[in-house]
Design a protein around this ligand. Structure first.
Ligand code: MSP
Length: 649
C-alpha cells in the first residue's frame, strides 16, 4: 500500500447550524469519490471530514432554542454522521471542533504564533457578518451588506487579538505564483491574487462578546475566532501534537476541497497561519461551484432546500451520487432539478448500464447455463473493445488526477455505450441460432470481462452499484480489496458462475406511474386533469409508425397466476404472470374494474420487452394491454386457448 505514497484529502467542516442539504452532500460525495479512487490506486489515503461547532452563529441558534450550545450541536452532528453513512462517505476521521484533541491543537497554534510576535492585542472596530462569521472593512461592503452572502452586517467594537497577516502577503503571492496547483480552478486563483493585491489587513482572531469558542490560552476573557479554530481542524485530523509519525506522513494535505465562497479563507488566512507556524502549505485548494436549485441559490428562506436523505430514499443513493458527479461540470455552478435527475437515471443508469448488465447476464444464463465460457479467437470487434477498456481505465485515472470528475464518468459511460453496441454488432442470438458456439463463447466472455472492468472503474463513484455488478458476475473475490492493476484485461476466470439479479436501476417512470393509472381511471391525486387526458388519448392523432417500429414490441400471451392489491394505491393491482416458462410481476391500474380473484387464470396480452419500472415503489416487469373509456375498462385477451408465451403480432 505505502509504496504508492499517501493522499490526504479533506472536506470543509460543516456548520451544525441546520440540517445539511444536497449542496453539502455534493461536496462530500466528490471528496469521497476521489478518496476511494486513490485507495483503489494503492495510495494510503486519509480522508477527513467534520463539524465546525463554535462561534456566534451557533451560540445564537442554541440560545433561540433555549438549549445549551453543546447539547444542540451534539444532536445535529449526529444527523451529519447518519447522512454520511447513508451516502457511503468513507471518511477515515471526523473532527468535531468541540473535541479535546482539537481544543489542544488550536490553543497551541495560537500560543506559538503569539510567541513569535505575529499576534498582538488591539481594539477592533468594524463590520461582522455572523452567518459567514467574517470581518469586513467598510470599503468592501456592497450596499452596506456582506459582499459574500448579501445579508446585513453588524457593527462591532471590541478588544481583540490581531494576527499579522499583512506581514505574509508578499510571501503568499510568491507561493501562489510559483505553485499554479495551489489554487484551482484558475479563475479562483486570479480572484484571490487580486484580493491579496488590493491589500491585506491584519486579521482579528479573538472575540469577547460571546463565550461559545475555545478560550485564548493567554487571556481567558477572549474566545478564538471561529475560522482560526475551524481551519486548524486540518492539522488536528492529521495527528498534529498527537501522533508525530502520522503527521509527518500525511501533512501537508494534498487536497482541500471547498465551496467557492470559502476559498478566500483557505487560500489566504489558512496558508498564512501555516507560514507563521513554519509548516508546509497544502498542495491544492480546489473551489467548486454551487449546486443551484434550478437557477436559484438554495436557501431556507426561499423554501427550495433539497433534503439529501429524502432524495436518497426516493431514488437510491447511487442514483443521486451519479447525478451529482456527472451532471455538474466540476468547478462551475450546476443546477439541480428532479427532472434532470430522473433523466440521468433513466438514460445512463437504467438504460445504458442497467441494460448492459441485464442483457449480458441473461444471455450467459440462457446460452451457457450461467457459466462464463473460455474465449475463442478474437475478431476486430473484440480487439477494439479490449483496447477501449484499457484506454478508459487510464483515462479515468488521468481525469481524477486533474479533478475532472464528470469527465471521468463520461469516459466510463463511453465504454458502457461501446459494449451495448458490441452486443448489437456481434448478435449473440444469431450466433446461437446458427450453432456458432466458439464465436458465441468469445462474445459472452468479452461481455463478462467488460462488466468486470466496469465494476472496478465504477466502484469509487457508485460503491453499491459496483458491488451489485460484481455479485451478478459471481466473482467471489472481495471487491474492496481490488486495485487498479485488476483492471488489466483478462481477469475474469472462465468457469465463473453468473447470478441472475434484480435490475440494478429500474427506470423511474413518473409519467408512467400516471399513465398506468390513467388506463383505469384518474387517480384521486389528479382527478381534475385525468379525464381530460383520457379524452385526449382517445382522440389523439399519433404519428404513423413503420412496421419496424411496431416489431420492436414483444407482445405475448400471458396467464395470470395471482393478483393482489398494492397497499396505498387503490387503483393498482400487482399481478404474478406466466409468460411461457418465465414468471414475472407486473403492476396494472385496473383495481377499479377487476377483483383480484376474478383475474386468476385469465389469459391476457402483455408487452414483454418493456423496461422494468417501479410503480409506487413496486417493480413492474411489463405492461398488460387493456381497452378503456372514461369509465370502463376491458382487458385485451385472446379468443382461443393458446399456451402462454405465444407471440401476438
Ligand atoms: N464551516 C465552514 C467551513 C469551515 S472549513 C475549515 C462552512 N460550513 S458550511 O456548512 O456553511 O459549508 C460547508 C461546505 O458546503 C462549503 O464548502 C460550501 O461551499 C458547501 N455548500 C453549501 N451549500 C452548497 C451548495 N448549494 N452547493 C455546493 N456546495 C455548497 O462554510
Amino acid at each position: 500500500m505505502g509504496d504508492k505514497g499517501k493522499y490526504y484529502i479533506t472536506t470543509p467542516i460543516y456548520y451544525p447550524s441546520d440540517k445539511l442539504h444536497i449542496g453539502h452532500a455534493y461536496t462530500s460525495t466528490i471528496a469521497d469519490s476521489i478518496a476511494r479512487w486513490h485507495r483503489f490506486n494503492g495510495k494510503d489515503v486519509l480522508f477527513l471530514t467534520g463539524s465546525d461547532e463554535h462561534g456566534q452563529k451557533i451560540e445564537r441558534i442554541a440560545t433561540s432554542l433555549g438549549v445549551e450550545p453543546k447539547a444542540y450541536v451534539d444532536r445535529i452532528v449526529g444527523t451529519f454522521k447518519t447522512l454520511w453513512d447513508k451516502y457511503d462517505i468513507s471518511y477515515d476521521d471526523f473532527v468535531r471542533t468541540t473535541e479535546d484533541r482539537h481544543h489542544k491543537v488550536v490553543q497551541e497554534v495560537f500560543r506559538r504564533i503569539y510567541a513569535k510576535g505575529d499576534i498582538y492585542k488591539d481594539t477592533y472596530e468594524g463590520w461582522y457578518c455572523t452567518p459567514c462569521e467574517a470581518f469586513w472593512l467598510e470599503n468592501k461592503l456592497v450596499d452596506g451588506r456582506c459582499p459574500d452572502c448579501g445579508r446585513p452586517v453588524e457593527l462591532v467594537k471590541e478588544e481583540s487579538y490581531f494576527f499579522r497577516q499583512s506581514k505574509y502577503a508578499d510571501r503568499l503571492l510568491q507561493h501562489i505564483e510559483n505553485n499554479p496547483e495551489f489554487i484551482r480552478p484558475e479563475s479562483r486563483r486570479n480572484e484571490m491574487v487580486n484580493f491579496i493585491k488590493s491589500g491585506l489587513e491584519d486579521l482579528c482572531v479573538s472575540r469577547t462578546t460571546f463565550d461559545w469558542g475555545i478560550p485564548v490560552p493567554i487571556d481567558e476573557g477572549h474566545v478564538i475566532y471561529v475560522w482560526f479554530d475551524a481551519l486548524t481542524n486540518y492539522l488536528t485530523g492529521a495527528g498534529f501534537l498527537d501522533d508525530d509519525a502520522a503527521f509527518d506522513r500525511y501533512w501537508p494535505a494534498d487536497l482541500h476541497l471547498v465551496g467557492k465562497e470559502i476559498v478566500r479563507f483557505h487560500t489566504i488566512i489558512w496558508p498564512i497561519i501555516l507560514m507563521a507556524l513554519d509548516l508546509p502549505l497544502p498542495k491544492t485548494v480546489f473551489g467548486h461551484g454551487w449546486l443551484l436549485f434550478g437557477q436559484d441559490k438554495m436557501s431556507k428562506s426561499k423554501g427550495n432546500v433539497v433534503d439529501p436523505m429524502e432524495l436518497a430514499d426516493e431514488f437510491g443513493v447511487d442514483a443521486v451520487r451519479y447525478f451529482l458527479l456527472r451532471e455538474i461540470s466540476f468547478g462551475q455552478d450546476g443546477s439541480f432539478t428532479r427532472q434532470a435527475l430522473i433523466d440521468r437515471v433513466n438514460a445512463d443508469l437504467a438504460n445504458d448500464l442497467g441494460n448492459l448488465l441485464h442483457r449480458s447476464v441473461a444471455m450467459i444464463l440462457r446460452y451457457r447455463d450461467g457459466v462464463i465460457p473460455e474465449t475463442g479467437p478474437l475478431t476486430k470487434l473484440e480487439k477494439e473493445v479490449q483496447e477501449l477498456a484499457g484506454i478508459t481505465a487510464r483515462e479515468v485515472g488521468r481525469h481524477i488526477e486533474a479533478l475532472e470528475l464528470n469527465a471521468a464518468l463520461s469516459a466510463i459511460w463511453r465504454l458502457v455505450g461501446r459494449a451495448n453496441k458490441y452486443i448489437d454488432e456481434a448478435e449473440p442470438w444469431s450466433l446461437n441460432k446458427a450453432g456458432n458456439s466458439q464465436r458465441l463463447d468469445t462474445v459472452l466472455y468479452h461481455l463478462g470481462e467488460i462488466l468486470r472492468i466496469l465494476a472496478l472503474l465504477i466502484k469509487s463513484f457508485l460503491p453499491t452499484t459496483g458491488s451489485k455488478i460484481w455479485a451478478q458476475l459471481g466473482i467471489g473475490d472481495d471487491l474492496e480489496l481490488t486495485t487498479f492493476a485488476d483492471t488489466r484485461w483478462g481477469g475474469l476466470k472462465p468457469g465463473t458462475r453468473v447470478k441472475k439479479g434484480d435490475p440494478i436501476f429500474p427506470r423511474i417512470e413518473i409519467d408512467a406511474v400516471n399513465e398506468v393509472e390513467d388506463v383505469a381511471a384518474p387517480d384521486n391525486r389528479q382527478k381534475a386533469g385525468g379525464e381530460e387526458s383520457m379524452e385526449k388519448v382517445a382522440s389523439s392523432d399519433k404519428p404513423l409508425v413503420s412496421i419496424d417500429d411496431f416489431a420492436k414490441l414483444d407482445l405475448r400471451v400471458a396467464k395470470i397466476k395471482a393478483a393482489e392489491p398494492v397497499s396505498g394505491a387503490d387503483r393498482l393491482l400487482k399481478l404474478q404472470i406466466e409468460i411461457g416458462d418465465e414468471e414475472r410481476q407486473i403492476v396494472a391500474g385496473i383495481a377499479q374494474h377487476y377483483q383480484p380473484d376474478e383475474l386468476v387464470g385469465k389469459q391476457i396480452v402483455v408487452v414483454a420487452n418493456l423496461k422494468p419500472a417501479k410503480v409506487r415503489g413496486v417493480v413492474s416487469e411489463g405492461m398488460l394491454l387493456a381497452a378503456s373509456t372514461a369509465d370502463n375498462l376491458s382487458l385485451v385477451t385472446i379468443e382461443k386457448d393458446l399456451p402462454s408465451g405465444a407471440r401476438v403480432k
